[in-house]
Design a protein around this ligand. Sequence first.
Ligand code: AMP
Length: 580
Amino acid sequence: MEFAAFAERAEAMAAEDGDLATVGLVAESLTAAGDDLGIVARFLRGAVFPGWDGRKLSVGPSLCHEALARAAGANVTADDVETRLAETGEIGAVAAGLDLGGQTGLSAFGGGTGGGDLTVREVYDDLVAVAEATGDGSESVRLDTLFGLFTRASPTEAKYLARLVLGEMRLGVGGGALRDATAEAFLDAAVTTPADEREEDDRTAELIGLVERALQVTNDHGRVAELARDEGEPGLRDVSLAVGRPVRSMLAQAGTVSDALDAWETAAVETKFDGARVQIHYEDAAHDDDTADAETGPVSIYSRNMEDVTAALPELVEHVRDHATPPAIIDGEAVAVDDDSEPLPFQEILRRFRRKYDVDRMREEVRVELRAFDCLHADGDDLLDAPLTERHDRLHETLEAGVSELLVSADAEAIESFEADALEAGHEGVMLKRPDSTYSPGDRGKDWLKRKPDVETLDLVVTGAEWGEGRRAELFGTFEVAVRVGDDYATVGKVATGISDEELADLTDRLEPHVTTESGQTVTFAPEVVFEVGYEEIQTSPTYDSGYALRFPRFLAVREDKPPADADDLTRVRRLAGDE
Ligand code: AMP
């Protein structure tokens, strides 16, 4: 495709407000793209390379301005370009307004036709050269190459060339529009309603879903468009993960234990590790010769944004080499730990992640370990569509150390106590996952919920307790906690989780002298001690005399500094419950 034709089509898209009309224009462009389909699809999104591809143009605004100024001739400087940019606010308009290639430089480049002879493929090839220029002199290679392109561009071409190299196409073509257009152009999907109004069950939705899935797996609009055109539905259904080519990470929404159990009945719970997301690709040794990097072998590690961070994390590479079986794609968290493998604060991992220099020295200062929690591919099997629990089993088979503990339970208390243990161990919370959910790359859906400790806590007076059982018969087990109501106290819940054995012994010693009545297992206390209590939710409830009940209350600490008269009152509870 001529680059001029691409630019004209881009101009039409930029001028179109309607979503459906835009999809139609994109579909027409894809159909007209011929051999350049992959490139055109990516260019329309302002990308030169697929999402998984680590190559970057490394063209910042000043380089682009310099190239434009040079192409505009001796009378225009980069400062002039910047002044014009300040006036118009948009580089495409500035580029279109310059008289490019009309003066110096033309004879040297044999162009000067004012556009018309550039092709999409030439632009692509030149931008690949820009991205791949390295070392001394790479800056001038980039500048010369861009200058060469701009001198050959018509005003409209220059507009979209400038926008493309800066990654800001402004066509109003989102990922959804390109996806829908791909289905319309090559799968006969009739896109007649915008995405947000579309019925989920019709044929069009099915075809669009197929394209979407292929995009998730490949992270390449270009390749998906080519597959749709050349191999149709079967081709798209067949696309598979490639070990060594990263996919986007599945993400989580905030949620509570009650949200999880209400929706799924059973929840899979695991520690929420406070580190940096890593996706580890371990290629089969058979592929070594083609793919291995001399330093790291066939292990590559990607960040949540699919950036290659392998070089920064040599101990994870070693860990995977020592404990995993290729081929595999493992999802997990890189955490900074102390000498006992206990978690360190999040800031510590930042000192290691993405580090390019002094990796060995920093390795001495901050230790990093893997906490793996998912497996996308094992032993030749793509697992994206397998249920979470099966993926976790496969993870255990694939990796013999550093795998997260997964508890699948329908029992809120068991989950609560798992959470209390996680917090006790210094982690930031837990993840709750739907046990039968598939892995949905890039999706921040409702199948994964992150549950962090409460932001708001309550300071509550301990008004009663129950003796423990078995080996804890000598200790209090469950504590009744209450809010202040004037000079009196009204119960809001019973706290049994979040308390270590040591703390339980201490609390028993401290509270026993304040017992006022005892009946069977149950005692009441004079109001003396205040607990700081975390919880998930406050509900109205007839169970307690306050009229409210804390869901999943958790002991956090004794408020040594607070007398019962300063504990929280019923008004605060009402407010937190949303009743005031
Ligand atoms: P947030 O960054 O607060 O949105 O929380 C989601 C992030 O938690 C994920 O992207 C992971 O990096 C991280 N995470 C830590 N532990 C887990 C786990 N067990 N399962 C999934 N994600 C986890």
